[in-house]
Design a binder for this molecule. Sequence first.
Ligand code: LLP
Length: 374
Amino acid sequence: MFSNQTVEKFSSLRTPFYYYDTPVLRHTLDALKKAASKHDFHVHYAMKANTNDVLLDIIRSNGLGADCVSGNEVKRALECGFAAHDVVFAGVGKSDEEIMYALQHDILCFNCESLQEMEVIDGLAKSMNKKTRIAIRINPNVNANTHHLWELETVVAALKQLTSLELIGLHFHIGSQITDLSAFKSLCLRVNEIQEWFVSRKIALTHINVGGGLGVDYHQPDTHTIPDFESYFNIFAQFLERRRGQQVHFELGRAVIAQCGSLISRVLYVKKGIRTDFTILDAGMTELIRPALYQSYHKIENISPRIPKDAPMQRYDVVGPICESSDCFGKAVDLPETRRGDLVAIRTAGAYGEVMMSQYNLRDRAGVHYSDTL
Ligand code: LLP
């Protein structure tokens, strides 16, 4: 929802641009902290969702750690003032250079996805006279790419020789944009089983990292602006069997940052079609690739002040300027009669929006504006 005053200010700005409503981010963080602190849960922000410095600064100053998936994300987190002991580093393909960078800075933990990776980290740590902490990534659904339970025996035996590594915990992540919270209950039950395996071998784990994945409401960003963190964390408090002294960590990205961001664009042309009319925007999949890549839904609104509240609706395909059929933000979208020059907001674009932009077609980078400095 944008006030007339805000839209007035938008009118003089070059489009397209990302607009971040920082009070929404602050309220989201307040709700998150309140719900997590009840259970003494630790939350790391999944940097991959958005690495904008201004937002990172707000997130860090609210006491979240950082979950990184590349050396450059680790670097950005440290530059933005996240303490090294609040930084974790995950990813299936960490390069030697990235590992050495993280080792140099003594981050909290490497989330490891294969034995070979552990051997490489151990070798690099030895060559640098360092010791480091690791967590074993386990896929609770036993899919490809991550450790299967039957592999754990081998991994744990091998770790005895990898003397520069200290196993501190387990890492899980079951997916993203999860709105059915019962999936997290199933995760807890699986984690409990897997923990039993370690307990029976007298291996103490101090950290359980359950990943991220809490979804947001793309359809009703104004009525469900803040995700239901309370219910989410309550599930873990209720179903995860926490051992004495064990820390529980989360890696939330989308739930933290999605709702505070919108992509603001101008209508370039309205074209009559045979079956449908087209609204052609000056933003395209270069600025927000989610609809093209995942057929994701984002709410699209014509926010021009000239439009009366009760304006009759018309149906449009809302597309971008790139000559590809995938450059489409929405088909059969109901909007008030739309004209060249109207301002359009594509909502819930704070997560996996700005970070996934490209310069395809040699397009200019979209601008970035914030509610408090507009
Ligand atoms: N932890 C791990 C290990 C992950 O792989 C991810 C996301 C997260 C945490 C954060 O998940 P979140 O809380 O944001 O759901 N580009 C896609 C999303 C990819 C998510 C990949 N992993 C999109 O635009 O929907």
